[in-house]
Design a protein around this ligand. Structure first.
Ligand code: IPE
Ligand code: IPE
Ligand code: MG
Length: 257
């Protein structure tokens, strides 16, 4: 892999996070607070997506990953699930056109086989159409689960080399099969809506991500809220296992080899 793993090496800490991963939570509570049906919160959530995509592109973020639907969200009432599927289709039709015009590359990760053929086709079209874009890469995690990702990676790894020696399995053998192998690990993880948990998001990749939790419900999250998260991120000392003195000293003098 061309990106440095946070456990095999020490990634460069940049002023602007290169990869921001967000759990967009709190849509339902946002709506309930306003005596609106929960799905109204999902619709407003799409407006927030637009604002945050734009803000990340303007700030020079290279990868933005948005958790849109988890492998456990199928447990919700059928009418909420079908509303989310329709909203996903609308977004794939309308938003992708705008993103393409803004040089944004769109990727979708998750177990896509569970989606309707129409949605699968829209996903394939969106990815193909924007594949050559060189700006921000927006990844939508849909029917995604961190455990699913690790399991599908192990399956692919073994299909590729069925006689694989267990002793030969290390990060560099497994990680290329993860759904987001094309991206560096998230520098900054954001969860809106007040809960402080990972909810089966990127389990492998969040190993050394800086975690930021805010009470703000996702429909209210905007560029100003993103800047608060970035300000918090800039104050973190990313040690990756080293001591503070080693981080402050110029690399090469600190004996990191
Ligand atoms: C996040 O908002 C959106 C999805 C999971 C699709 P929620 O729908 O979970 O909102 P709350 O947590 O119930 O407020
Ligand atoms: C996580 O939110 C998934 C997404 C935002 C898509 P949930 O609202 O589903 O998470 P839990 O159930 O509160 O952990
Ligand atoms: Mg929720």
């Amino acid at each position: 892999m061309h990106h440095i793993s946070s456990t095999l090496g020490v990634p460069e800490a940049t002023y602007v996070p290169r990869h921001v991963a967000i759990i967009m939570d709190g849509n339902g509570r946002w709506a309930t607070q306003r005596h609106l049906p929960r799905v109204a919160g999902h619709s407003r959530g799409l407006d927030a997506v637009r604002a945050v995509v734009e803000a990340c592109a303007a700030r020079g973020v290279q990868y933005l990953t948005l958790f849109a639907f988890s492998s456990e969200n199928w447990r919700r009432p059928a009418d909420e699930v079908s509303f989310l599927m329709r909203l996903f289709m609308t977004a794939l039709r309308r938003e992708v056109v705008k993103m393409h015009a803004n040089n944004i590359r769109v990727r979708v990760v998750g177990d896509l086989a569970r989606f309707s053929p129409r949605i699968q086709q829209l996903i394939a079209d969106a990815e193909a159409r924007t594949a050559g874009n060189t700006g921000l890469t927006v990844t939508i995690a849909a029917n995604y689960g961190g455990r699913w990702d690790l399991l599908q990676a192990m399956r692919k790894m073994l299909q590729r080399s069925p006689m694989l020696d267990p002793e030969a399995v290390d990060e560099s053998v497994l990680a290329p099969h993860l759904a987001m192998a094309y991206a560096p690990e998230p520098d900054l993880f954001i969860r809106t809506g007040g809960e402080q948990r990972i909810s089966n998001f990127l389990l492998w990749q969040l190993a050394y991500s800086e975690l930021y939790f805010t009470e703000v419900f996702w429909p209210d999250f905007d560029a100003a809220e993103l800047d608060k998260a970035f300000a918090s991120y800039r104050q973190r000392e990313r040690r990756f296992g080293r001591t503070s003195a080693q981080v402050v000293a110029p690399s090469g003098l600190s004996g990191t080899a």
